[in-house]
Design a protein around this ligand. Structure first.
Ligand code: G4P
Length: 288
C-alpha cells in the first residue's frame, strides 16, 4: 500500500486514531521486528497518551532472534510489554490475550470490585503501513467478526472481531506515518520493504545495505555473492556483486541500478538470512 503523507493526511490519520482510542482499553502497537524503532510512528507516545499498550514485534521470522530478545528487554525496561510474533505464520499470537489481560489486570479488577459485569477487553491495532496490521487482523479474525452497531461515540458502526472470549479487536487498524526526517531510518524502511517506491536513490539504499552487511553479517555477504574478500572501495563492492549476479550492460560493464535492485531484493526477501537493522547499541551511544 502506498500512502502519500502530507500534513493534512497526518492530521487526519491522527484524528482517526484518537477517535477510536476512546473505544478501547488497550492499544496494540505493531512494529517490524527488524527495525523496532525505525518502524514506529514518531509521535506515537503523544498520540496514545496514557492508554495502556502492548507492543508486537511482528515479522519476527525475518529478524535476528538474538536481537529480537534484546529489543523485548529494551521495551520492558521502559515499562512496555513487548512480544515477538509472526502474523503470517501465527507464531506467538496465542500470547496476545494473556499479555493484554496482565496489562489491564488492575483496571478490570477495579471494575469488578465496583460491581460491573465482566466484559471482553477491547483493543485496536496501530502501526505504520506494511508492518502487518491487516495480516494480523485477518489471522485473528478467522470467522469471528462480530457486528456491534451502536457503540457510543461513533456514528459509523464499528466492527469488532472476537479473539477468544476475552478480547475484542476493532476490525480496522489505525494507520500512522513513519519517520521521514532521518535518512538512516529511510534506508532501513526501504530495505525492509516498508516503503517500496521510494524517494531515496536506489544505489544509496543498496550501498547502505552492503555496508550494513559488511559491518554486521560479513560472512553471509561473502557467501551469498561468492566473494573471497569484500572489497574496500565502493565501486569495487558493486562490481564484485554485479559481476557475480550477471548484472551487466551491453558492453560487459556492471549495471549499477540492476545490481542495486538485486541487493535490495535479496535483503527484503531474507535471502541473506534473518537480520535486524536497528541496534540497541546505536541508541545507547546516542544517549551518551
Ligand atoms: P499493513 O496492513 O500493516 O499495511 O501490512 P500487511 O498486513 O498488508 O502486510 C504487509 C506484508 O507483510 C504482506 O506481504 C504480509 O504478508 C507480510 N507480513 C505480515 N506479517 C508478516 C510476518 O509476520 N512475517 C512475514 N514474513 N511477513 C509478514 P505481501 O502482501 O505479500 O506484500 P509483499 O510481500 O508483496 O511485500
Amino acid at each position: 500500500m502506498t500512502i502519500q503523507w502530507f500534513p493534512g493526511h497526518m492530521a487526519k490519520a491522527r484524528r482517526q486514531v484518537t477517535e477510536k482510542l476512546k473505544l478501547v482499553d488497550i492499544v496494540i502497537e505493531l512494529v517490524d521486528a527488524r527495525i523496532p524503532l525505525s518502524s514506529r510512528n514518531p509521535m506515537i507516545e503523544e498520540i496514545i497518551g496514557q492508554k495502556p499498550r502492548l507492543v508486537l514485534l511482528n515479522k519476527a521470522d525475518m529478524a535476528d532472534p538474538v536481537k529480537t530478545n534484546q529489543w523485548i528487554s529494551y521495551f520492558e525496561e521502559q515499562g512496555i510489554t513487548a512480544l515477538a510474533v509472526n502474523a503470517q505464520g501465527g507464531k506467538g499470537l496465542h500470547s496476545i490475550v494473556q499479555s493484554a489481560k496482565d496489562i489491564l489486570k488492575e483496571k478490570f479488577d477495579r471494575m469488578k470490585s465496583r460491581g460491573m459485569r465482566p466484559r471482553a477487553i477491547r483493543a485496536m491495532i496501530v502501526g505504520i503501513p506494511n508492518v502487518g496490521k491487516s495480516t494480523l487482523i485477518n489471522r485473528l479474525a478467522k470467522k469471528n467478526i462480530a457486528k456491534t452497531g451502536n457503540t457510543p461515540g461513533v456514528t459509523k458502526a464499528q466492527q469488532w472481531i472476537k479473539v477468544g472470549k476475552e478480547l475484542e479487536l476493532l476490525d480496522t487498524p489505525g494507520i500512522l506515518w513513519p519517520k521521514f526526517e532521518d535518512q538512516q531510518v529511510g534506508y532501513k524502511l526501504a530495505l525492509t520493504g516498508a516503503i517500496k517506491d521510494t524517494i531515496l536513490n536506489l544505489q544509496d539504499i543498496a550501498l547502505y545495505g552492503l555496508r550494513f552487511l559488511e559491518a554486521h553479517y560479513p560472512e553471509r555477504l561473502k557467501e551469498r555473492y561468492s566473494l573471497e574478500e569484500i572489497p574496500d572501495e565502493v565501486i569495487a563492492k558493486f562490481d564484485a556483486v554485479g559481476k557475480k549476479r550477471g548484472c551487466l550492460m551491453g558492453g560487459g560493464e556492471v549495471d549499477y541500478d540492476k545490481t542495486s535492485e538485486v541487493i535490495i531484493r535479496d535483503i527484503r526477501n531474507v535471502q541473506l538470512g534473518p537480520m535486524t537493522f536497528d541496534m540497541i547499541e546505536e541508541i545507547e551511544s546516542e544517549e551518551e
